[in-house]
Design a protein around this ligand. Structure first.
Ligand code: KG4
Ligand code: ZN
Length: 335
């Protein structure tokens, strides 16, 4: 049988990425231009700046993946793109580029939900088996997603306020750590202990929802109070305490969901899935639940990238998901 090669685009936030993916399971080439440095001095992503960077970078990334592989447009089965959720101006760059390619080369266009992309990053570790549960933790989302079968996504719980990655980035600012702060806080946490015992919001509530704004406030108040009375707190202990609180609430709700749904796999995905404390904890928890295997997205595909869009695009392609020239960016897209 002939291989299905998909050309995928991702431009929902601050990474411009293009990839060539074979059968939804193998990355033939990926080219990613990061713009993090341009946003760092503002402490977060500036939408207008992001759009401009995408426009400048996307054609270079496209040329690059063809150059790396020696493939051409006639080798493609389809093109795929993130059309939401994300920043509208950023998404529009990828959507416009993919429409041009689809139109010029008469290729089927597969629209991909960015969050489904994050889930399918785990496909590069091993095949996904259904029913599956995904813990999706990124800069914009924190969700438990139940997948009874392929191409079927049901959100069973989500954050009521801040996303988990957003909380990492906000408390990072208080510690003087550059955006995005998650990775550095993770490293700092290894050198400290949970001495502050910050709140674990909604941990015992009978639902699958999360809340991180109370933790964020508790953290900020603790640091400000110490500043006022002139004491110096250990940044490592602060980071360790924050991370432990986040990991505890994520693990508690996830484990409960694994007991209440008939799943074969837990998929850990999204930028925060790179967190080593979270990975270690879920590895331990899943080892104790019979019949549930943990599937972690490879570290290099946890953050935003086009390879994951190619993997999810392959599934959408098989299921007949198609868009035409009227495809628009949907910044608030849900499953
Ligand atoms: O999925 P992603 O790359 O972009 C969105 O779709 O939002 O996630 C980015 C988020 C940022 O908030 C970043 O601080 C966080 O992922 N992050 C981490 C780690 N690496 C990245 N958070 C905790 N621990 C990490 N090791
Ligand atoms: Zn993302």
């Amino acid at each position: 049988k002939k291989d299905t090669i998909i050309l995928a685009f991702e431009s929902s936030c601050d990474e411009t990425s293009v990839a060539l993916v074979r059968n939804g399971a193998q990355v033939l080439a990926q080219s990613t231009a990061t713009q993090i440095q341009s946003h760092q001095r503002f402490g977060g992503v500036v939408p207008e700046v992001a759009s401009r960077h995408h426009i400048e970078q996307i054609i270079g990334c496209l040329d690059d993946v063809f150059q790396q592989t020696g493939l051409g447009y006639t080798d493609l089965a389809a093109v795929a793109v993130t059309y939401g959720p994300g920043l509208v101006g950023a998404l529009l760059v990828g959507v416009s580029a993919v429409k041009a390619v689809a139109f010029a080369h008469n290729l089927p266009l597969v629209p991909v939900n960015h969050m489904a992309g994050h889930i399918y990053a785990a496909r590069y570790t091993a095949p996904i088996e259904f029913p599956a549960m995904a813990l999706l933790v990124s800069g914009g989302h924190t969700e438990l997603v139940y997948m009874p079968q392929e191409n079927d996504y049901q959100i069973i719980g989500e954050t009521r306020d801040d996303a988990c990655g957003e909380a990492f980035d906000k408390i990072g600012r208080v510690l003087g750590i550059n955006y995005p702060a998650g990775k550095e806080i993770d490293e700092l946490a290894h050198q400290g202990k949970d001495t502050f015992n910050f709140p674990r919001a909604m941990e015992k509530e009978d639902n699958y929802d999360f809340s991180f704004s109370g933790l964020k406030s508790a953290f900020i108040n603790t640091v400000h109070h110490a500043d006022q009375i002139g004491t110096k707190l250990s940044h490592a202990d602060l980071a360790a305490s924050f991370e432990q609180s986040v990991v505890d609430v994520l693990a508690e709700k996830t484990v409960r969901a694994l007991h209440n749904f008939p799943v074969k796999q837990l998929i850990l995905a999204g930028g925060v899935a790179a967190n080593s404390g979270l990975r270690t904890r879920l590895e331990k928890e899943c080892a104790q639940i019979q019949g549930v295997d943990l599937l972690e997205a490879p570290l290099k595909y946890c953050g935003d990238n086009a390879a994951m869009i190619g993997a999810a695009g392959y599934v959408g392609f098989k299921h007949g998901n198609r868009a035409g020239m009227t495809l628009n960016a949907e910044p608030g897209l849900e499953f």
